[in-house]
Each structure stands twice: as C-alpha cells, then as structure tokens.
Design a protein around this ligand. Structure first.
Ligand SMILES: Nc1nc2c(ncn2[C@@H]2O[C@H](COP(=O)(O)OP(=O)(O)OP(=O)(O)O)[C@@H](O)[C@H]2O)c(=O)[nH]1
Ligand SMILES: [Mg+2]
Length: 361
C-alpha cells in the first residue's frame, strides 16, 4: 500500500466546517485509490503561496514529517499548477498529487471500457502537457541562451507527440459521441421514456440499476466504481423505459475533468428525467453539502430543473424521524417531494417507477 499525507491550504477563513467534511470525503477517495493516509497537514492562510502552496515554514515541517513517517506521496486537496507541483516534488522528494490527479488515479483503476479509458487519457493529457512544458523550461531554457541542446530537441518531440495524441483522442471521442447520438435519435423515434440515475459516488446508483434490471453490475463499495454509462431497457406496467446508470459526482470537481467526461455526461442532458440519488444515511451536514454540490453540477451541465427527480436511498439505515428531516431538507432546496427507497432491499421500487410513469402520462 502507498503511504500518503493529506495536505490542504484553507483560504476561506470563515469556513470552519464544510472543508472538514470535504477532507473526510477526500480521504475516502484516497483510501479507495490504495493509499494509507498517515497524517494530515492543514494550513489556514488567506493566500496560497505561488511557489509551494504552503508557506515556507509549513513546507519544512512537512518535509520532516514525511521523513519521519516514511511517506511516499503528498496528496493535496488544492489544485496545483505545474510550477507548484514541481517545486513540492523537488523539495520534498515525494510524489505529489492534487485532487485532480487522485481522481484520475482512482478512475484509472476502475476503467473497464474504451470510452472511459479515452476520457481519462484526455483528462491526463490536459494536465501533463503544461507540466512537461514547465519541467523542460526549467531544464533547458532557464539562463541558458545559445544553441539548442539535444534534450531540448527531445522535449519538442515529446510535446508534439502528446499534442498529436490529444487530437487523436478527441477525434475518437467525437466518433463515440456521434454513435451515441444515433442511439438517442432511435430512442426518440420509438418514444421510449429515458431516465438516468445520477448523484454522488456511493449513493447506490448501481445497486438501484441492478434492482430495476435484475442485472448484476459490479458493486465494490469504493468511490467511482461506475465510470461509463450503461443503459438497459425495462418493461413495467406495459410500458418500456430505458434506465441509465452514470458516473458519480464529487466535491469540487475541476471543470476540465467534467469537460473530458462530456460524452458520458451528455446522457444526463439528453434524458427525460434525471433521478438524483441521495444517500439518506449521510449525516445531516454532509447530506446537505452533497445535495448542494449535486445541484450545482447539474446546473453547470445545463440540466433543466424540471427533469430532476430526487430519490432518498438507503432509508433502511435510518429511522422515521431522520427520514422526515431529510425529506424536508430536499423539499426546501428543490421544492419537490423525494421518493424514498432502499435499493439494497428493493423497497419502494414500484412506487419509484409509478412516479416516473405518472409524470409522462
Ligand atoms: N444499506 C444500504 N446500502 C446500500 C443501498 N444501496 C446501496 N448500498 C451500498 O452502498 C454502496 C455503494 O453502492 P453503489 O450502488 O456501488 O453506489 P454508486 O452510486 O453506484 O457508486 P459509484 O459507482 O461509485 O458512483 C455499496 O456498498 C452498496 O451495497 C441501500 O439501499 N441500503
Ligand atoms: Mg455505480
């Protein structure tokens, strides 16, 4: 197992609570990606240090801590630019990842199909190209006027290859998008109602998908088990419906990452309904924060609010009082009464389907 320390520079001084929830969730992702998290370094500072993210004193502290704990990776919650990453790597002698890198790492471990692999590679290239450029500018160009060195030629070749690869992936993804568009067109012609299961990782989307379809898609209990959409035709009450299982949401996802996964996320935009699956067993503040983030993501994806149907899952884990309180939170936020289910025990699945159908008829 890889040994890591978590790092975060908290710039929002007023936020004394939400950042804690986000860091706890981030730790879950790190563990899911195979890291043992041995410690955590959080600095509160109004400004991010442009060179090292942390202030100088804190970086020194971090170095001593990393040596003592025999750490091999620093995992930062903040997004780092290439220069900050390089500085930290060189000074600490550790592998340095930020939120973006960590999510890609766990995606990599879970990617089984061609579309997600391509989307991950694209997201990785978006980050790698500026990083390689920065590394090279330190190696070859700093204070070194004069003729080009062999290394510099090599660097130009590497960059050209990376750019070429990026273009190729974009073209391939464009083909997939086209094929998906044809599929959707066919569905539209047939008039079949399409709904997606969306929401945070671990909310139980795939468990519900399995309950609806009688399929046995993998459920591992680690974040981002599902990466690519899977659709399936179900028959209910003499009607045909298509259900689509989708990739999970997370806190503070980088817009570039969302952009890289566009082909997958388009399913949400195109569906008749997006069922927002919420884990009703989450502690209240976490539940609210996840609900807010999910609505922000759906908003960024330009999804019409009318299409969003909230669903409280894992209600087998809570009592009636808590259920009522969670229902109220949802109603306050989106002015819609959620349907409550237990995907695991297949409780209220019929009610859920009836409710979707009743909207259409
Ligand atoms: N108690 C209980 N556990 C559930 C329920 N639904 C799902 N789970 C558990 O929650 C965990 C995550 O379930 P998944 O179905 O993989 O969640 P997901 O939303 O598909 O997660 P990602 O694919 O990572 O986005 C698993 O351990 C499930 O067994 C439920 O209704 N009740
Ligand atoms: Mg899933």
């Amino acid at each position: 197992m890889k040994r890591g320390i978590l790092g975060f520079v908290r710039t929002d001084i007023k936020d004394r609570f939400i950042y804690r929830l986000k860091l706890n969730e981030f730790t879950k992702i790190a563990k899911g990606a195979g890291y043992e998290i041995l410690d955590e370094v959080v600095q509160t500072s109004e400004k991010i240090d442009p060179s090292y993210v942390f202030g100088k004193g804190k970086v020194e502290e971090l170095k001593i801590l990393a040596n003592r704990l025999q750490i091999d990776s620093l995992i930062m919650y903040n997004t780092l630019n290439s220069m900050q990453k390089i500085n930290l790597e060189d000074y600490l002698g550790l592998s340095v990842l930020d939120r973006y890198d960590l999510i890609l790492e766990i995606f990599d471990q879970n990617a089984g199909d061609a579309i997600s692999k391509l989307q991950i590679e694209l997201a990785r290239l978006e980050r790698m190209i500026p990083y390689v450029r920065k590394r090279a500018s330190i190696l070859y160009f700093r204070d070194r006027p004069g003729p080009r060195s062999l290394g510099e030629y090599g660097y130009h070749r590497t960059i050209a290859q990376l750019l070429k690869r990026k273009k190729k992936i974009r073209e391939k993804l464009e083909k997939y998008r086209y094929l998906k568009e044809i599929q959707r067109e066919k569905r539209r012609e047939l008039g079949v109602l399409v709904f997606t299961l969306c929401g945070f990782y671990g909310a139980g989307k795939t468990t519900l998908f399995n309950a609806l379809t009688n399929l046995k898609k993998e459920i591992k209990g680690i974040p981002f088990t599902t990466l690519s959409s899977k659709s399936f035709l179900i028959k209910y009450s003499g009607m045909e419906l298509i259900v689509i299982d989708t990739i999970g949401f997370a806190f503070d996802i980088d817009p570039i990452l969302i952009k890289s996964f566009e082909v997958t996320l388009e399913d949400l935009r195109d569906a008749d309904y997006d069922l927002l699956i919420l884990d009703a067993s989450d502690e209240e503040q976490l539940f609210k924060a996840k609900l807010d983030t999910s609505l922000e993501i759906l908003n960024k994806l330009e999804i019409n609010k009318e299409k969003i149907l909230p669903v409280l899952n894992k209600t087998d884990l809570i009592d009636k009082e808590e259920l009522i309180s969670k229902m109220n939170i949802v109603e306050e936020k989106i002015n819609k009464e959620p349907i409550y289910i237990s995907a695991f025990y297949k409780y209220n699945i019929d009610k859920l389907l009836n409710s979707i159908l009743s909207k259409k008829i």
